[in-house]
Design a protein around this ligand. Structure first.
Ligand SMILES: Cc1cc2nc3c(=O)[nH]c(=O)nc-3n(C[C@H](O)[C@H](O)[C@H](O)COP(=O)(O)OP(=O)(O)OC[C@H]3O[C@@H](n4cnc5c(N)ncnc54)[C@H](O)[C@@H]3O)c2cc1C
Length: 519
């Protein structure tokens, strides 16, 4: 591509840019297996600059990738595009309304910083991704992120009230739920925005039966576009299409998000199992006790923690040599209430003869110690010595939790059939188990094996009525499967959604609608 446009875009948009090799190398990766050098990096300070960047790109067909903390695991934060980095200057908390429990923020706000600001007010932005010290709320909106407490709080989509967006042609607008009258007015307007209102409802309604038939019936699905949010006749909320769209439809420049009260009391029990599948059977029972979290950590991670100077002391609570532990957490109004719930958990597991020990963490220090091991899991795995690493490609599947014991058994069989082993961890409460087969991706044989496992896992997930992307998104690694996962008709509907929002195809191309194979 000729580079004369670089000077021109900096001048016309009045925005800071970098096109040097160092910047392009820095932005060539996220936390996925992909590495692609961008065309350059923009550092907008306000929405008008974002609007000018998109208009410039739209007129010339230059791809653009919005970017937050760059912690995506699927490759959706990288591309041969202009990276628009919201984390540098558009990272302010603009307003908090304590009474009505909402905050107005810029997209580059880091999750931990937002929650540290809210803590003295007794409030919380609830979706809790593990890399909370780096992930931006804009990136969480892009991926429809969530975490350990999604069983009670849901996903980011459940906490977005209003979005200021820049459409692909540079138009600035505000998206929020609208009733019939306002919908009619919006749909009657000309230009890109009016077309979005008219077409999204039409596409969703024309595909209502297929959406009903093909979308997995589980809370944890983030792959594809959220057409399932538009099949009803209630208020029309375009935010629901932007959340989880991985920067492929519009750029978010401001968000009004819902807040929840901080829990009054918490208690944690770490249940130990000598078998992984047994821990999944226990999960099914534990879910009957209304926990606020049930998180799996397997022996692979616990063993790595033993060898890590930073993490070794944090696993002091472990008894024996478990194959798996479940961290089971309860929220309650009083100390007595959460203690009673831990007692009930002990009785339940004893009665069902599941697990061999439950260790309580009742103080804040003991709880944060145990959570630290869970949060450190991926870092410990990635630090594994040698070229064979726990690869990120089938790590994001989910099934309905009661299917977990059979599903994990079948998944493990696939991994073993391909001559390797995997690590298993994460959100058992909602059927999302992050599974990372050990593979050497520096060898061609490893890449071939990765693809073979991915295809079999995709089919397994479909057979179980689950989702291939349940929190990390489609990115470059899973978009290829969307046609098989949702079926050809809905994939055409996804293409139609993309074409409505982004007629010139500049917004983060190749994500959700694939333009290449995963390998
Ligand atoms: C160790 C580790 C653990 C993780 N654990 C979790 C977890 O528990 N739960 C979970 O859900 N995810 C998890 N992730 C994945 C990732 O951290 C989350 O998806 C996170 O929310 C991404 O935020 P980010 O700011 O890094 O976004 P980025 O990676 O920068 O971007 C994410 C997507 O959003 C788009 N985007 C960014 N900003 C905007 C904007 N302003 N407008 C429009 N689109 C935008 C991007 O184009 C991209 O497609 C984990 C990742 C790692 C590395």
């Amino acid at each position: 591509m000729d580079t004369a446009w670089r000077e021109q875009i900096a001048k016309e948009t009045d925005c800071a840019f970098r096109f040097d090799e160092t910047a392009r190398v820095l932005y060539s990766t996220d936390a996925s297996i992909y590495e692609i050098q961008p065309l350059g990096v923009a550092y907008p300070a306000h929405a008008d600059q974002v609007s000018r960047i998109l208009r410039f790109a739209y007129e010339r067909g230059i791809p653009v990738t919005p970017r937050g903390g760059g912690t995506s695991l699927g490759g959706q934060a990288v591309g041969r595009s202009i990276q628009v980095d919201f984390s540098q200057h558009m990272n302010r908390i603009l307003e908090v309304n304590v009474e009505e429990q909402w905050a107005r923020i810029q997209p580059g706000v880091v999750l931990d910083e937002l929650n540290a600001h809210l803590k003295p007010m007794g409030l919380l932005f609830a979706p809790d991704v593990s890399p909370s010290n780096r992930a931006n709320v804009g990136g969480m909106i892009g991926n429809n992120s969530c975490g350990s407490h999604s069983i009670i709080y849901g996903k980011t989509i459940d906490h977005v009230l209003e979005l200021d967006v820049v459409l692909s042609d540079g138009t600035r607008t505000v998206f929020k739920p609208v009733g019939d009258r306002e919908y009619g007015e919006k749909a009657a307007t000309g230009g890109l925005e009016g077309r979005i209102y008219r077409e999204i409802r039409r596409i969703a309604h024309e595909n209502r039966d297929e959406i009903e038939a093909r979308y997995p019936r589980i809370m944890r699905r983030v792959g594809g576009y959220n057409l399932d949010e538009f099949t009803g006749d209630g208020p029309f909320d375009p935010c629901k299409m932007i959340v989880g769209s991985e920067g492929t439809l519009a750029a978010v420049t401001e968000a009004r998000v819902n807040l929840v009260p901080l829990p009054a009391h918490k208690a944690l029990s770490i249940c130990h199992f000598s078998d992984l599948v047994e821990s999944m059977e226990a999960t099914v029972e534990i879910l009957k006790t209304d926990p606020s979290a049930v998180e799996l950590t397997d022996k692979a991670i616990l063993d790595l923690a033993k060898e890590s100077p930073a993490a070794a002391h944090q696993r002091d609570f472990i008894e024996g040599d478990p194959e798996a532990i479940l961290m089971v957490e309860y929220y309650g109004e009083t100390e007595g209430e959460v203690t009673d719930r831990l007692d009930a958990l002990d009785s339940l597991l004893r009665e069902k003869n599941l697990g061999y020990a439950c260790v309580r963490a009742t103080t804040a220090a003991a709880q944060s110690n145990a959570w630290a091991i869970r949060k450190a899991g991926l870092g410990l795995l990635m630090g594994m010595k040698g070229d064979t690493k726990p690869a990120t490609f089938v790590e994001d599947t989910a099934v309905s939790p009661e299917k977990l014991p059979d599903y994990i058994r079948d998944f493990r069989d696939i991994v073993h059939k391909h001559g390797t082993v995997a690590s298993y961890y994460a959100h058992a409460s909602v059927g999302t188990i992050h599974i990372r087969p050990l593979i050497n991706l520096k060898e061609a044989e490893g890449v071939t094996r990765m693809r073979a496992i991915a295809e079999e896992v995709r089919d397994l997930v479909l057979a179980y009525g689950g989702a291939v992307s349940s929190e990390h998104g489609d990115g470059l690694v899973r978009s290829e499967w969307n046609e098989q996962v949702f079926g050809p008709r809905l994939y055409e509907a996804f293409k139609a959604v993309k074409a409505v929002f982004d007629p010139n195809g500049i917004m983060n191309p190749g994500k959700i609608i694939a333009n290449q194979k995963m390998t």
